[in-house]
Design a protein around this ligand. Structure first.
Ligand SMILES: N[C@@H](CCC[C@H](N)C(=O)O)C(=O)O
Length: 276
């Protein structure tokens, strides 16, 4: 089977985007791994699939697969690329696009040129929603890595995030600690591990070791989760610029009861076909 795809990225977090509205194909986990493989496939952090919606009140279904082949609930940078893709492929002419994800409906607002704003929904802090093994909600949690204990925040943006505040992201041990946090027993569905440096109340630097991928150049849900955690601790203002290795995102969260708004860039890298 020959499949058309588009390679895109959002702040460096890269994707293979597949239109299954106008193409017919059943993607298996091994197809996803092949597409994502940087040695033998196209190569990407996530494969994003555009499908027809299962209900009449939304425009599309948005499916997300990590490079390891696992389907996940949410991808923020991918959501922006999704909006650009469906407009450029003329699958819709709408500027305000509603999409079903595994964790509910999100709304994408295509802005000028490459910028897209996404309503990412409300952050969730209850341990059962993350999920996190903890008796009750707390401002932060201590996780035991044997050789050391780490204080982390835990937030769900539909997908799970643990956030560690560090003095300097350049020297943070993302490679060493990331995999241990990702697979820590307190996070039964594994977790994305964010390393956040607070530069000022309106600016953070962030590196994310993503579940099912490894460190990426940017993580949109990670940026939302870090800002939600930072605000819940009183460290950050309502709108924060998040500086990631691959680019910048603007995140606004007014506080509990409000949704997180994310704005950032999208880019098309190339288009092609692949035999699966
Ligand atoms: N890159 C993403 C998040 C993708 C999913 C994540 N790795 C997970 O397993 O939850 C983003 O931009 O949000």
């Amino acid at each position: 089977m020959i499949l058309r795809f588009t390679k895109m990225h959002g702040a460096g977090n890269d994707f293979v985007v597949i239109d299954l509205v106008s193409q017919r194909c059943k993607l298996r986990s091994r197809d996803i791994r092949k597409l994502a493989d940087r040695r033998f496939g196209v190569g990407c952090d996530q494969v994003l699939v555009v499908e027809p919606p299962s209900r009449p009140d939304v425009d599309f279904r948005y499916r997300i697969y990590n490079a390891d082949g696992g389907e996940v609930e949410q991808c923020g940078n991918g959501a922006r690329c999704f909006a650009r893709f469906v407009r450029e492929k003329k699958l819709t002419a709408k500027k305000r696009i509603s999409v079903e994800t595994a964790c509910g409906v999100i709304v994408l607002n295509a802005r000028d040129h490459d910028q897209v704003e996404v309503d990412m929904g409300a952050p969730r802090f209850e341990p059962a929603d993350i999920p996190l093994r903890a008796e009750q909600r707390a401002a932060s949690y201590v996780i035991d890595l044997g050789a050391q204990q780490l204080e982390v925040g835990a937030v769900s943006m539909g997908n799970p995030h643990a956030i560690l505040r560090v003095d300097n992201v350049d020297t943070a041990d993302v490679e060493g600690l990331g995999p241990q946090i990702e697979r820590h027993q307190d996070f039964p569905q594994r977790v994305n591990a964010g390393f956040m440096q607070v530069v000022a109340e309106d600016t953070i630097r962030l590196r994310v070791f993503e579940r099912g991928v490894g460190e990426t150049l940017a993580c949109g849900t990670g940026a939302c989760a870090a800002v939600a955690y930072g605000r819940s601790r009183g460290w950050l203002s309502e709108t924060v610029t998040v500086q990631l290795p691959g680019g910048k995102l603007s995140i606004t969260w007014r506080g509990e009861g409000h949704n997180v708004m994310m704005t950032g860039p999208t880019a098309v890298v190339f288009e092609g076909t692949i035999k699966l």
